[in-house]
Design a protein. Structure first.
Length: 376
């Protein structure tokens, strides 16, 4: 079997033919590396083959390689020449079938990429998957200037199903210490796409208590819920900003502090949305996961918007409009009208804007009321 044959089999995910080769294969040592010998002369690095399998999402061939020949006993906690473990490769491909296969056969979710020159250096498989989620075409143009409601809706669309499932598998198999480190770092960096994805797939883990060190100089550990931690971080940043404002030579530090403060405010807003609407959204996604019916993305968007509205949030009709995914009002405008933390912002107190937003809110109510019976 040559490379062209391997490529043909993997690209079509032809398990039976691929398995016929694997059953005759054996692992041999070639110098300092391990090779998979297929036939008399063909030798391939099994971890390179795994990478190709991930590239093609060839779940059937992957199963054949891992399970097809019990004599192979392929170790899934060995990294390839680029420093990537099989689970990192499965995470990068956002293929839940391969991710589940690797985890089931002993792949560790807590290993970090050791290759200094690799783009994955120091990253967990969970990091890799979440970064790939944020790079999806439907999300690449989303920024913190856009509506967080639209972000949640976009993440719930059918096209994100495999990405969410891959992230869920990795989130639930990452140790608590590493998992809390991931969510806290994303919160501080203002990576809302990654954070929203984590909350969608592992809400209980995210919202649960985290361990932090107190700021009293005694280095004592204390426990608080993630929501409380976000509030404490935000309060500390506000205090730091006021302190720096008195120092004329600290303009760069002030800008940096303000940037961090805005990121933490966005995180707080995201957490509060999920605290009110997270459970019904999770229940709905689970029901769609079990159903074999293909639900149009427009209906999914309307259903999620309805769940958000039932939780007390006032959405803009553009948050649900998928024809122009990023022409939406900032979330703070909607929250200002519903008594949120931006209430009283003069920038959004214009009468015409209020009238327009009222009209758009009516559109949402009319649209969702028409489909309520179809989803409940």
């Amino acid at each position: 079997m040559d490379l062209r044959t391997i490529d043909r089999l993997l690209s079509s995910d032809k398990k039976v033919e691929f398995l016929s080769y694997i059953k005759r294969a054996s692992l041999v040592t070639s110098g300092n590396s391990l090779k998979l010998r297929i036939g008399d002369s063909a030798r391939f690095c099994p971890y390179d083959i795994l990478e190709w399998i991930c590239t093609y999402h060839a779940v059937k061939c992957g199963t054949a390689l891992v399970e097809g020949n019990p004599d192979l006993k392929l170790d899934l906690n060995v990294y390839n020449k680029r420093g990537a473990y099989p689970l990192h490769m499965g995470a990068y491909s956002l293929c839940p079938g391969l991710t589940e296969l690797f985890l089931r056969h002993g792949a560790q979710a807590n290993v970090r990429c050791p290759a200094v020159k690799s783009e994955m250096y120091g990253l967990l498989p969970l990091h890799v998957a979440l970064e790939r989620v944020s790079a999806q075409i439907s999300l690449t143009q989303w920024t913190t200037r856009h509506s967080i409601f639209k972000l949640i809706i976009l993440l719930c669309l059918p096209e994100m199903k495999e990405a969410l499932e891959t992230s869920r598998l990795l989130a639930w198999n990452t140790c608590t210490k590493d998992f809390k480190e991931v969510i806290c770092s994303y919160a501080k960096e203002g990576k809302l796409i990654e954070l929203a994805t984590l909350i969608l797939v592992a809400q209980k883990n995210v919202m649960g208590p985290i361990t932090v060190r107190s700021n009293d100089g005694l280095h004592l550990k204390e426990y608080m819920r993630f929501h409380q931690w976000v509030k404490s971080e935000l309060a500390a940043l506000i205090d730091q900003e006021y302190t720096l404002m008195g120092l004329k030579k600290e303009k760069k530090s002030i800008r940096m502090c303000k940037k961090k403060k805005v990121a933490m405010m966005s995180t707080l807003l995201l957490v509060e949305i999920f605290e009110k609407a997270g459970d019904p959204i999770e229940a709905y996604l689970q029901s769609k996961k079990k159903s074999k019916k293909n639900v149009p993305k427009e209906r999914v968007a309307l259903k999620i918007s309805l769940l958000l509205a039932e939780a007390g949030f006032k959405l803009n009709c553009k948050d649900v409009d998928l024809s122009d995914r990023f022409d939406s009002w900032p979330t703070k405008l909607i929250l200002e009208r519903s008594g949120g933390p931006f209430r009283g912002d003069k920038e959004h107190s214009d009468t015409e804007k209020r009238k327009k937003c009222d009209s758009q809110q009516d559109d949402i109510c009319n649209a969702t009321s028409l489909i309520t019976r179809q989803f409940t």
